[in-house]
Design a binder for this molecule. Structure first.
Ligand code: KIV
Ligand code: ZN
Length: 409
């Protein structure tokens, strides 16, 4: 009888936890934690007001992200208000607020999150020797003590507490494992292992995650999270190395915006996992909304994206050299590893430049209403090259001009 009561208690405990933590998860599911509104928004020039943040938060929820880091509530009354309002409109995602390992930060974050269906407090402290010495003038033991205190305090407000070991990328693995073990005991549900300075190589970052998986007691009760910065252009590669080695959450931003060189780009990790199915790792992202969401964030933040940006840049599905154009016109897969429609881009573009060949000119001429014979195409191509040598790109209006001047038409 006693045993049955205990068993029922256990079921009740897990049920309550599962209800308050948005974490019913299969092992091949990678949680997407979007920090566009926190790490992304702290970039100079990207500042948003509450109304703009609400529009983006609503879109992120629709996109299917699992966690929205809505802000750093103690940092300003405006950020507090944004987090507070966002919790009221987000329907599916966990809403998360950032704090330092400081009691008042945590109390304020808990207040800002009080209407969230699934609230999460994200607290933490620097763990690298450099942070411990220069930022805190403390010892390793003191840092562990502060970390544990912060997690326990956050736990008195919400069930779902994520701990970040800032500068984990440059933290010695053995010490990092000790920190992780202690915060798990204090109740952390997610462990964020940030490569704050974007220093790690993918192999190194992957090995760090593997080391934690193998050496931290209780690690199987928590989710390991990758939070990688792009200082050496390795944020995406590091995040992928992280999930291959056992992490199950990626922290990222739309268009990869964020401190300095930015964060891991959400659209990149989502498409990498989707285009490499043998990895057997999935996300819940509605990929068809990726391009529109990217456009929305550019517009609201006034932060343009370079044309060669993977997935969402203007040239991501544009072909300009004759050899590539000929291939793509024959079969898209010759030079495209994903279908533009899958990410919400209407179609691949055949851009006419002086490097384009006859196939591309015939293709574009047909699109604007001219079906050319071989003789007509030869003649048109000569005029085309003259124009193309004088300007960067030959547009539809130029094609009409070329066609109107054709003798053979
Ligand atoms: O880069 C970082 O370490 C962070 C933490 C605050 C999570 O953004
Ligand atoms: Zn960061």
């Amino acid at each position: 009888m006693v045993k049955i009561t205990n068993y029922l208690k256990l079921i009740k405990y897990f049920w309550l936890n599962i209800k308050s933590i948005n974490l019913i998860m299969q092992d091949n599911q990678v949680q997407i934690f979007d920090t566009t509104l926190r790490d992304g928004e702290q970039v100079p020039g990207c500042k948003l007001d509450t109304a703009q943040k609400l529009v983006i938060a609503e879109r992120l929820d629709l996109l299917g992200v699992n966690v929205i880091e809505a802000g750093f509530p103690v940092s300003s009354p405006g950020d507090f208000k944004s987090v507070y309002e966002i919790t009221k409109i987000v329907k599916n995602a966990t809403v998360c607020g950032l704090t330092r390992a400081v009691e008042n930060d945590i109390k304020v974050a808990a207040e800002a999150l009080k209407y969230a269906k699934y609230p999460r407090i994200h607290t933490g402290i620097g763990t690298s020797d450099s942070h411990i010495k220069y930022k805190f003038n403390a010892t390793r033991d003191q840092v562990i003590e502060r970390a544990v205190k912060a997690v326990s305090y956050a736990k008195s407000f919400v069930e779902d507490v994520e701990f970040y070991a800032e500068d984990a990328g440059r933290t010695e693995n053995e010490f990092l494992a000790k920190v992780c073990e202690e915060v798990i005991k204090a109740g952390a549900t997610v462990l964020n292992i940030p490569d704050t300075t974007g220093y790690c190589l993918p192999e190194e970052y992957g090995a760090k995650i593997k080391y934690l998986k193998e050496n931290v007691k209780g690690i199987d009760r928590v989710t390991l999270s990758c939070h990688c910065h792009n200082d050496l252009g390795l944020a995406t590669a590091n995040s992928i190395a992280g999930v291959i080695n056992g992490a199950r959450q990626i922290e990222c931003t739309i268009n990869g915006i964020g401190e300095r060189a930015g964060n891991t780009a959400l659209e990149e990790v989502v498409m990498i996992l989707s285009q490499h199915p043998y990895l057997n790792l999935e996300t819940s992202i509605n990929k068809k909304l990726l391009y529109d969401t990217s456009m929305m964030v550019r517009e609201k933040m006034g932060m343009p994206v370079q044309p060669n940006k993977a997935i969402v840049g203007a040239n991501a599905f544009a072909h300009s050299s004759g050899i590539h154009q000929d291939g793509v016109i024959k079969n898209r897969e010759t030079y495209e590893i994903m279908n533009p429609e899958d990410v919400g881009v209407t179609e691949s573009a055949i851009v006419l430049t002086a490097r384009s060949g006859r196939a591309a000119l015939a293709y574009r001429a047909k699109k604007v209403g001219y079906e050319l014979t071989k003789i007509q195409l030869d003649e048109a191509y000569l005029s085309f090259l003259k124009i193309a040598d004088q300007q960067k790109e030959v547009k539809d209006k130029d094609i009409h001009l070329i066609m109107n001047q054709l003798v053979s038409i």
